[in-house]
Design a protein around this ligand. Sequence first.
Ligand code: GLU
Length: 423
Amino acid sequence: MVIPVTEKPTPASAYEVALQQYDAVARRLGLDPGISAIMRSPRATLEVNFPVKMDDGSVQVFTGFRVQHNTARGPAKGGIRFHPAVTLDEVKALAMWMTWKCAVVDIPFGGGKGGVICDPKRLSPAELERLTRRFTSEISAFIGPDRDIPAPDVYTNAQTMGWIADTYSMHHGHFIPAVVTGKPLALGGSLGRNEATARGCVFVIQEAAQHLGMVLPGATVVVQGFGNAGSVAARLLHQLGCRVVAVSDSKGGIYDAAGLDPDQVLAHKQKTGSVVGFAGAESIGNAELLELPCDVLVPAALENQITEENAGRLRARLVAEAANGPTTPEADRILYQRGIWVLPDILANAGGVTVSYFEWVQNLQFFYWTEEEVNQRLRQTMQRSFRAVWEIAQAQQVDMRTAAYMLAVRRVADAIQARGIYP
Ligand code: GLU
């Protein structure tokens, strides 16, 4: 179809973005067409509609998804998000990104993702538990410790994972902690898992800062999203001496040129439900926040935030994608031309799944590590991966996302090739 040039294109969906990114790299790598076609679609997709008894006695039917994108390198791995706007298309994109993410950091997993269309903020804890348990039951034949291992994502947490572990275990008649990661410590969760996404992101920011000649103490930071990734990234960067000048959540943002104390902002959010209204800070919109001048911008919310519409107005030196898919391919091109460095999601937020891998290993071995060991191994993994991506970016004269994709897609293609096609 030819789109008239005057017509403004509708924004691409997350899955279209994921496919565009993949297609560009598959072409560049000159992959065998058959191997390339395998990686282009998810190996399996499950959609379930299931009833939940609500507190008022009524029954509501919810829709959920679990997608396994690729399992050539190991079991599918990836989070489950609870969000009113989650779609199968989005989950397919997120599953594909998980395949590349696990390959970039070279952990023995494929990619998967799940989602349930619901608004967790409007469900009681008991409703949330029943929804989680019934969804787990519906997907329980699909998941498993050597098949597909869920984890937390947007609006799910350690408690959600505890319910998943328990439900799956009840079905099997014994406790199987390795079926899910990001669990509470009391159920075999790993020390350091909660902070891992943000900690990994900060490790690669430190690597990038060295290359840019950016001194982190005193550097200004803007964080979009104040959930598990964003709030911890703000805290860790603050601890390194950065000045966190603005943060936001789904309700809006706050700005203070003198710098915010992320711990105090978190305490305010825990009390009131949002960062908005934090004493002494100016309020600022989410769109405006992305365009603030800063050294480091950390998008830590949802997809499609940095687009061709606003990429020309960004004033950050470095963008570190703690969120999945915050930048569209058109925006990537604009940022690259403008010399703004992007640390892509599949590298920058891979710390979460890396420590998920450590958790799974600990569960399978019944042998638990100290927090220092976890953080030390995480640091090694992030530094090694950053350097591998950086070298490709230098050698091929490409941006960091293209380099990360080249590394990841090649690794998955090699695994498919080595396994061969059954039968
Ligand atoms: N949801 C996280 C991500 O997008 C973590 C996935 C995992 O630990 O399996 O990377």
